[in-house]
Design a protein around this ligand. Sequence first.
Ligand SMILES: Cc1ncc(COP(=O)(O)O)c(C=O)c1O
Length: 367
Amino acid sequence: MNQRPTILLNPGPVTLTQRVRKSLMQEDMCHREDDFAALMLDIKSRLAKVYSEAEKRFEAVTITGSGTCAVEAMIDSFATRDSTTLVLSNGVYGERIAAMLAMHGRPFRELRSDWRDPIALDSVRAALANDPGIRQVVAVHNETTSGRLNDLTSLLDLCTEFDADLMLDAVSSFGAEWIDFSHPRLMAVASTGNKCLHGIVGIAFVMVRKTLFEQRASNADSLYLDLFRYHTVQTEGFSPFTPAVHACFALQEALRELEDQGGWQARRQRYLQLSERLRRKLSELGVPAYLKADVYSSMISSFKLPEGWGYKNLHDALRRSGFVIYAGQGGLYREMFRICTMGDIQDQDMLRLLMAMETLICGRSKQ
Ligand SMILES: Cc1ncc(COP(=O)(O)O)c(C=O)c1O
């Protein structure tokens, strides 16, 4: 079987397509020149078109950094000082948002659930009903810690009922899961170029409801993370600081490729096809999914570690076969591992992975 180099099965950075990889070889470009401005305006316009409902209502503001940078910029710019932000956490990334609010000195309350559990909607309702000072809610859409896709529709409904706005960490879902950009309570959505969009690390972005820039002042206490500053300069395609120019090349090509392949819906279907094949086969091999099958996002799966295997042994054995899998975070390291189908994963790659896992788990080459 024709073997490709290492296949990344971690949730970003992803295995690049040849098309995106080649885009990195363009002529060097200065970010103060008009050709860069044209590139940036094209990226902003393509990001706004990934979800058709977003185009009219939202502006994509890009920032140089990883997903955390976009999430923190969203929090710093929009979490107010005179009202409370409710953070809903059921994994590492929700807890990280609470840490950001604490560091930026914003009034907040965290409703923390176990990393294996869904967000407790009854508790969200009670918190919103009992504290009219809560004006914003923040949640993670696809909690990468477990692979659970949190229930965005119910959260938006609760926001409507209690007159609150939602900020969303969609770092691992933008481009491959449905996000209701038509919902009037959706305020801002943070994501990155190097996960479901298949670009490289270095450019992240926040989809911001346009009226926020017109009606509000920035809350930022950081120079670099102030999205209002980016919004002003990016209107002309420029950037207040030196942007990751090569990451912009890659993201532009990745967005073109996404469009050519049928948009986020087609990408979701492709991820799902691979994930279902993976979950089915591992279940047959006696490696059950860590959560109930119907709660997963289309591309992140978590599995119980097979009998007799620690994460490191499993990782190292698969690495020798050309695959990088991903550990459980924190205490989950000893219980589970994750496999993500983002990026340029072809049917043959999946077949080879499943054969390698069967060989290992059935003990024929356990070392
Ligand atoms: C849901 C979610 N939020 C935030 C982040 C942080 O992104 P980064 O590691 O790119 O800073 C990640 C990373 O995997 C994530 O999955």
